[in-house]
Design a protein around this ligand. Sequence first.
Ligand SMILES: CC(C)(COP(=O)(O)OP(=O)(O)OC[C@H]1O[C@@H](n2cnc3c(N)ncnc32)[C@H](O)[C@@H]1OP(=O)(O)O)[C@@H](O)C(=O)NCCC(=O)NCCS
Length: 188
Amino acid sequence: MLKKLNNWWRWYRHPLPTELREFHQSVVIDGIEYDLMPAQLAHAEAMLAVERDAYFGQEPWPIELFWNEINRQHERLYLIVQIKATHTTVAYIGTAFRPSLREVHITNLAVNRQWQKRGLGKFMLSYIMSVAAQIQFETVSLEVRMTNQAAQKLYSRLGFRKVRTKHHYYDDGEDAVEMRSTLGKGRL
Ligand SMILES: CC(C)(COP(=O)(O)OP(=O)(O)OC[C@H]1O[C@@H](n2cnc3c(N)ncnc32)[C@H](O)[C@@H]1OP(=O)(O)O)[C@@H](O)C(=O)NCCC(=O)NCCS
């Protein structure tokens, strides 16, 4: 009993095994070769640049927030995508692991505008969903702006469903749609 509790506590505090946190994967999407890897502190500037570009310079997270998120190694996983040939960072996804709910929450997802509509958003989100399923998490959740049709379409394609509206969720007063995918019942 004590051993079981001990194992559970270890999992609860560190739900992501090292092999899912320390990796470097090459992938070809639509004929272009990319590298997928966990973000390190040194990548924060490049992630901020992706964020600025993707959101047209609006409300980028401050660099300190990126540092803080990347440093929270036991509860967060930030992945970046680089173009293999140039090592340029063109996309990233941020996730928060909530073991008490067996839920992974997507904190952000951004693709440099020049690199959008090439399958990178879908690839990163699918990857996180498969990691979540591997570690026995049950749901993936996120919030998205009511007007962000592109992102909502992507999420719907991956099996996310609208759960509720969060009124005036964003600083400018826009509502958010909360979306959720139940792993195993989605498209994985
Ligand atoms: C949303 C975002 C991450 C999508 O990334 P992406 O790499 O361009 O998306 P993908 O190429 O993987 O597209 C996957 C699917 O999403 C949908 N989609 C993506 N961009 C779209 C657009 N501009 N208009 C309509 N549908 C779109 C499509 O259904 C697409 O599948 P299809 O090409 O087979 O039809 C990207 O547009 C982005 O960074 N936007 C700005 C930041 C943002 O809004 N982040 C989400 C915060 S919640």
